[in-house]
Design a protein around this ligand. Structure first.
Ligand code: DLL
Length: 433
């Protein structure tokens, strides 16, 4: 279902006029109201008068996560405190989080874009959405919640965790859509199986999965095990939260709500803006945010933008699934690898679950990588010889994918830590200080 045909299928020229008008407005307001942006724009020597076409956005300075952190907690807000009705923060594990403030209109727009996401994920008004993203300062829970209300579907605000309860609700309420991180969805599928249930016992038709990286192979796994269409949702706290982009059932990229967020791809080393079809770092500018507008935010997420209209009829610019971050790229023995490449390799092997952990260390001068993988019960054996041969096989599939030999350790099914939110895939024990 196309939730908002007028916006989602807008012709290019009309869209660009709207984007330019909104961009100018954002720059004007941030300049007037946020000292931090005024300083940045003054230093760069640009003002709103210099923005005559959308391409002129390239004259504006980038905003980094560290800029927003240094404005902690509220110095990025562009409206008086009494207009802010909700606050969220990034999950930041290092240092202070970034804070996003929402006005009533921001919440309305957030609901609009997550309603679009629900529409793209086969949503209909009679659907029951089991929303297992965490409620709280994290944007996942409430972002989908606002969208479900706007859409007119029923939201089951179960939040993250408590897998037993999740299963009970799945079975008793027969939820039709599920929203959570893909790693948690997999854990749920596994837990359902352990209790003797399969896709035939539940009524899920689609899943809205995001907040962390995942792969096509993981999609296949989720679709098979839960009997659903598994779709990708992208977003980040600094911009608004989930719903910045969402996949439709055509599964050929995530539609960015670019009437609200202007996307660019840059070369992360040089800052040069790249063309459609080229891979680089995603940069986003909010076009309608009131509380926390952001200019040219460097997401550090790596993707490619696609301009062609999707066969679903939407004209929103699409982005490929995120394949890595400029900052979580692992450089191992000089080779750049992404955890997603290892995941991809693992999913090629029968009997291996996509639960894994990559442990990087540097015992002396050379980096070493251990990949801990969970095997299925059938594959897991008491025979050391057999286990070694499986481990070697996995190591060679990984080597084919990343060009590096890693040490593989098979673990018992269910033994690796599970996360209710974002999975922790990489433990880097190297000390780069
Ligand atoms: O993760 C917002 C969100 C909630 C998105 C629920 C989707 C669903 P943050 O905690 O600020 O916000 O983390 C944002 O998570 O820059 C990406 O690196 C990563 N991320 C989010 N969605 C995806 C995705 C939420 N679909 C950061 N694929 C982003 C890959 C994703 N990475």
């Amino acid at each position: 279902m196309v939730w908002n045909k007028e916006a989602e299928c807008m012709e290019k020229e009309e869209k660009e006029n709207l984007q330019l008008k909104r961009l100018k407005n954002t720059i004007k307001k941030t300049y007037e109201r946020v000292p931090f942006y005024r300083k940045k724009l003054d230093e760069a020597g640009v003002s709103v008068e210099d923005i005559k076409t959308l391409k002129d956005i390239e004259k504006l300075p980038f905003t980094e996560k560290s800029d927003l952190r240094s404005a902690y907690p509220f110095k990025t807000f562009a409206v008086p405190d009494d207009e802010i009705v909700e606050i969220h923060t990034s999950s930041g594990t290092t240092g202070k989080p970034t804070v996003s403030g929402y006005t009533k209109k921001d919440i309305d727009i957030w609901g609009e874009i997550t309603a679009r996401a629900i529409g793209m994920a086969l949503g209909e008004k009679h659907d029951k959405i089991q929303n297992c993203y965490g409620y709280g300062l994290f944007t996942g829970g409430l972002g989908i919640h606002h969208g479900a209300h706007k859409f007119g579907a029923t939201v089951i605000p179960i939040s993250a965790g408590n897998t037993k309860k999740q299963i009970e609700i799945l079975l008793d309420f027969q939820s039709t859509i599920i929203s959570c991180t893909p790693s948690y969805a997999l854990y749920l599928a596994e837990s359902l199986e352990n209790e003797g249930y399969g896709p035939e016992d539940i009524s899920l038709k689609s899943g809205i999965f995001g907040a962390e990286m995942w792969t096509e192979e993981m999609r296949d796994e989720l679709e098979k095990r839960l009997g659903i269409t598994a779709l990708n949702i992208y977003g980040l706290t600094e911009i608004i939260g989930p719903g910045v982009a969402q996949e439709c059932p055509e599964k050929n990229g995530l539609h960015i709500s670019d009437d609200h967020f202007y996307p660019e791809i840059i070369n992360s080393e040089t800052g040069e803006v790249l063309d459609y079809g080229e891979k680089g770092e995603l940069v986003l500018t909010t076009l309608t945010r009131e509380g926390s507008p952001v200019i040219r935010f460097r997401t550090k997420d790596i993707t490619t933008l696609r301009e062609e209209k999707c066969s679903c009829g939407r004209t929103l610019v699409r982005m490929d699934r995120i394949t890595g971050r400029t900052d979580d790229m692992l450089k191992i023995r000089g080779v750049l690898i992404f955890p997603s490449q290892i995941e991809k390799a693992l999913l090629k092997i029968d009997g291996i679950s996509p639960n894994y952990q990559i442990i990087v260390s540097r015992p002396e001068y050379l980096d070493e990588v251990e990949v801990k993988v969970e095997a299925s019960r059938e594959l897991f054996s008491d025979e050391i010889k057999e286990m070694e041969s499986v481990e070697n096989k996995i190591a060679s599939v990984i080597k084919k994918e990343i060009g590096l030999r890693v040490e593989v350790t098979l673990s018992e099914p269910g033994s690796l830590p599970r996360s209710e939110g974002k999975a922790i895939r990489v433990i880097d024990n190297r000390n780069f200080e």
